[in-house]
Design a protein around this ligand. Structure first.
Ligand SMILES: [Zn+2]
Length: 292
């Protein structure tokens, strides 16, 4: 954090500009229980929070379909609140399969964690249990100003505390909820930055009780393990891809079937057939050693 906050008081400014209640962007439907915070980018470089808030407002005419968020963080770091916390915003609805080649709508993470339906077979509706934050940004990569980023960290920490959410597991990218959308693009393309972001939120959340020296050492150890694992997984993905492209076998060989199933469960691969001999051999070795 480049900004420091004292006595746990927020350093960002809140500007309340609630949308006029309307069917398309502020339907006044209640949030059930708040299960997560979802981070978005406005996908329109250098536009202000006010511009984007006014766009949500203009949807009330019904000509621009549905869409909104609870708040938008401006280029200068101020927070434009558009929808009260106890009402639904239309920010994570989806009718499309989460990735190519599947029929499931919403990612498995959403089915597991953002589902308020009593039946496990009914499609989740994450709009009714999540808080949506849009961020403004500088360019098409989604790079944010320091002020926007710092507010996003602080704001998420404050909201996690208020909603009793865990910063490491209950803050989602729009992409992680629906699967198919590259939103927030900066974090989608920089997964380590996304982990670091959540760690910063966690640090601020724990400000009341600063970490002891031992806890800090444990935390740093864990962080370096996560970083190492990320690079191992990235290398593994690359190797698997190379092997998959080589000496294709039309069907999964019997001796590799259990390993392939384990790799699918771990989401290391999405197409089990058409791998090479070496590919199945590597998966089997990884599986026998208990790595997947
Ligand atoms: Zn989004």
């Amino acid at each position: 954090m480049s900004r420091s906050r004292k006595d746990n008081l927020m350093t960002y400014q809140i500007v309340e500009r609630l949308l006029t209640p309307n069917k398309f962007s502020r339907p006044k439907l209640p949030i059930r229980t708040m299960k997560g915070i979802v981070i978005h980018w406005v996908a329109n470089p250098m536009t202000s929070a006010k511009n984007n808030r006014d766009f949500f407002e203009s949807r009330k005419g019904g000509l621009k379909s549905y869409g909104s968020a609870h708040e938008i963080i401006d280029l200068d770091g101020s927070v434009y609140v558009c929808i009260p916390k106890n009402e639904i915003a239309y920010h994570v609805g989806s009718n499309l399969p989460y990735t190519t080649g599947v029929t499931q709508i919403y990612t498995s993470l959403t089915w597991d964690k953002l589902n308020t339906n009593s039946s496990r077979h009914t499609k989740p509706y994450p709009n009714n249990c999540t808080y949506g934050i849009e961020t403004t940004h500088l360019d098409r990569d989604g790079r944010m100003t320091d002020a926007t980023y710092d507010t996003l960290v602080e704001r998420c920490a404050d909201l996690c505390k208020e909603f009793k959410l865990n910063p490491m597991t209950d803050i989602y990218l729009h992409q992680e909820v629906v699967g198919w959308k590259d939103c927030h693009r900066w974090f989608v393309n920089h997964p380590l930055e996304w982990i670091k972001f959540k760690q910063k939120v966690q640090e601020i959340s724990n400000e009341d009780e600063p970490m002891t020296k031992v806890e800090k050492e444990e935390f740093d150890k864990l962080k370096s393990i996560v970083e190492k694992q990320t690079s191992i997984i990235t290398a593994l993905h690359k190797t698997i891809k190379e092997l998959q492209d080589k000496d294709i076998m039309k069907e999964v060989p019997d001796w590799s079937r259990q390993a392939v199933e384990a790799a699918e469960r771990a989401r290391l691969i999405d197409t089990p057939a058409n791998g090479s001999y070496d590919f199945y051999r590597l998966l089997t070795i990884l599986w026998r050693r208990g790595i997947i």
